[in-house]
Design a binder for this molecule. Structure first.
Ligand SMILES: [Zn+2]
Length: 400
């Protein structure tokens, strides 16, 4: 049956595009019609399920470009993961997927799972057997032996092993290839967070092998040498991009310009607890890091919304606190709404059918109370989510 969702205003995705007193007609998982409510209702068939949000806003579903469904967001996600077998893990991942959906997130990019369990969950959700956001998944991230997130199963040393690790992910049907270009905070005993794990040549192999399958590469990179190598190798996105060096920050303006010129997108992956950086690193250093993101954006670098959900204390049900990071660095609520929908969809290469509401696009949409264009907090009042046209009443799964 068709579904008609109407609201005080309908945001279409691109900046400034909205319809007052609008409606969206959904059929077979896609947007069939969108426009002023009276006109869409007149064109709609009689048998239609209606949802009305007279004081609220309908907008494209939100996109979280950096999650880890295999991690539990507890104090020690790595230990919890090690103690969880695959059967229990898939169940946990499905529950986390529902939390994301409850907050209006209809697309996630899962940047590192174990045993390709996110691919399996992706299939269950796509087939309508489980509720959850659409999943774009990376499988096991390519990493150095004993390197960042080695426990996810993607360790590789040398050209052939690197190619083989990428191919294995491709065979499992991943949507993107993830490579750990530098160390990371999550992994005990691995390289330091600023240290590169691969040479530029090795990262080129990753990009080349992924490219054979038509897949983009997402590079986890904190340290400047790793960022430089990833950019030169031609990755599609840089995750974190914190410009760390052995003795402090080491920003290279020439690289910032190159990231912008090549259209490489940067995901700050600032989780809901991003304010905690100030407690851990000192207010001044944290502010320096935050401001750097704004400067990169001002110089033309495309940013992605993402939470790193699953790592320590990065919960799956507080996307808005993560979006407040962008408010902190000077984005207006209206700019953030565009960034979290149309902007991130475009930068991820899925903008042709995601992140906007127009006929033919996926029926991924959210209805919230209030107006998120003037108050970001309105995004917390999610009333209805449609993912691929399937209605999800918020909280329904958790009450089960
Ligand atoms: Zn991550």
């Amino acid at each position: 049956m068709d579904t008609l969702v109407s609201a005080r205003r309908v945001l279409l995705g691109p900046p400034g595009e909205l319809i007052d007193d609008g409606a969206v007609l959904v059929r077979d998982g896609v947007v069939a019609d969108v426009g002023p409510r009276a006109e869409v209702a007149a064109r709609a068939p009689h048998a239609v399920a209606g949802y009305s949000c007279p004081g609220g806003t309908v907008l494209p579903g939100l996109i979280d470009a950096h999650v880890h469904l295999v991690l539990d967001a507890g104090p020690d996600p790595v230990a919890t993961l090690a103690a969880t077998d695959d059967t229990a893990l898939v169940r946990d991942m499905a529950e986390r997927a529902v939390r994301l959906l409850d907050t209006g997130v209809t697309t996630v990019r899962d940047l590192g799972d174990r045993n390709h369990l996110a691919v399996r969950l992706r299939g269950e959700i796509a087939a309508g057997r489980l509720p959850g956001p659409r999943i774009l998944t990376a499988g096991s991230p390519v990493t150095a032996p004993g390197g960042h997130c080695w426990f996810l199963g993607g360790e590789a040393r040398g050209a052939e092993a690197i190619r083989e690790t990428v191919r294995r992910n491709v065979e499992h049907g991943v949507d993107v290839v993830k490579v750990m270009a530098t160390g990371g905070g999550l992994t005990r005993g691995g390289p330091a967070i600023w240290q590169a794990q691969f040479t530029e040549e090795e990262l080129r192999l990753v990009v080349e092998e992924a490219g054979r399958a038509g897949l983009p590469v997402a590079a986890h990179a904190h340290g400047t040498p790793g960022i430089a190598a990833a950019v030169a190798a031609g990755v599609a996105t840089v995750e974190h991009c914190t410009w760390m060096g052995p003795g402090g920050f080491d920003v290279r303006e020439d690289l910032v310009a190159e990231i912008a010129a090549r259209g490489i997108a940067v995901c700050p992956a600032a989780g809901p607890g991003w304010r905690g950086f100030a407690r851990r690193f000192g207010a001044e250093r944290a502010e320096e890091m935050f401001t750097r993101m704004r400067r990169m954006h001002e110089r033309g670098v495309r940013l992605l919304t993402g939470t790193d959900a699953g790592v320590g204390h990065a919960v799956f049900d507080d996307f808005v606190s993560s979006l407040e990071f962008f408010e902190h660095i000077g984005f207006s609520p209206a700019e953030i709404v565009v960034l979290a929908t149309h902007g991130t969809a475009q930068a991820l290469g899925i903008g042709h059918d995601t992140g906007r509401l127009r006929p033919g696009c996926r029926a991924d949409l959210v209805a919230v109370d209030g107006d998120p264009l003037t108050d970001l907090q309105a995004l917390r009042a999610v009333r209805l989510v449609l993912q691929g046209g399937r209605p999800h009443l918020v909280g329904a799964a958790s009450r089960r």
